[in-house]
Design a protein around this ligand. Sequence first.
Ligand code: FES
Length: 140
Amino acid sequence: MEYSKKVMEHFANPHNVGVIEDANGVGEIGNAKCGDIMKMYLKIENDIIVDVKFKTYGCASAIATSSIATDLIKGQPISEALKLTNKAVVEALDGLPAVKIHCSVLAEQAIKAALSDYYTRQGIDPVPIVGVIEEHDHEH
Ligand code: FES
């Protein structure tokens, strides 16, 4: 199994690792395939993701994908973060071994779960986002 240089870089030196104490969107997702867990913290102001951090009990691919996924959504509006797919994340990493593709779904889903939590806290119905998460579950 070969990892791209980018995967190795993000695994060795992951960006945005940690916890945001005053996060206003927090999402936790477990990977049904391997049991790994990821927790995503978002700080959102005026619909912009001003800060994002993650913690994971996951494999190298989960760490690398979260690192690059959080880079991709930081400073972006919520609408852009919602468009982020695991495919885009894998492409940004110059690919992942086929058996590791399921790991990249964890980052995408944790971000969506955190956005869903944000909406719930704002009193907005998060059903459209939850629907997106469930759709992905069915793909496995
Ligand atoms: Fe669990 Fe990669 S093996 S997330």
